[in-house]
Design a protein around this ligand. Sequence first.
Ligand code: SF4
Length: 245
Amino acid sequence: MGEGFEWKERTVRETGVELTADGAEALSAMEIIAEVVRGASGAEICLTSSFQMEDMVVLHMLRQHLPQVPVIFLETGYHFAELISYRDRMVEEWGLNLVNALPVTTLEEHERAFGLLHVVEPGRCCAIRKVEPLMRSLEPFTWWFTGLRREQSPTRAGLKKIEDHRLPSGTMMKKVSVLADWGWERVETYARAHEIPRLELYDRGYTSIGCEPCTAIPEAGADARSGRWGGKKLECGIHTFSEKA
Ligand code: SF4
């Protein structure tokens, strides 16, 4: 943490939620959500969503308590047309409180300045079009819900259901991944049981869906995220930029 940043640590008790990180491991997804919602104010809670099935399952659960929970979407400008159309359909059907987190530069300005940065330097492209807009968008919140799961990739194997994270600004967040211990089949079963519309890209073989130029269909049996960035990396940075406390 650099000089000049204000330390804004909040303990679990200060947030009003009587739930420890260890205690959360034994609870179900709905139990964790109920505990957080009971103790925290709705204004402290947000969900980041790429509109993949895990995110829709968490959103479906959260909306039962907080229909207007802010849904932060990283609008990089490089998404599949099918994904954007699915996002817009769900915003309309579910009346979502969508927060489009935009980079400082338009796609046109970005490509004029850097060319195809996602080809030559994907880490920098993600830093500009995903990580920086996310950092700005998270600042007002304390409870950051995600659809992350341990089995998605080796980089997520140690994921806890509730983790303390420090943003580069010094702001402390409670990062909550209620599906951490879920397998893909369970995600699909929940989505089917609750009639959550399915993004058509799954039926074409995609198992993890991000920006179109950096997403491919993985080989059979490979990790869900192995089709991202041509296998050169597994994370874009939005789940690694914050420091786990
Ligand atoms: S996923 Fe690809 S296109 Fe999207 S921000 Fe990262 S490098 Fe750029």
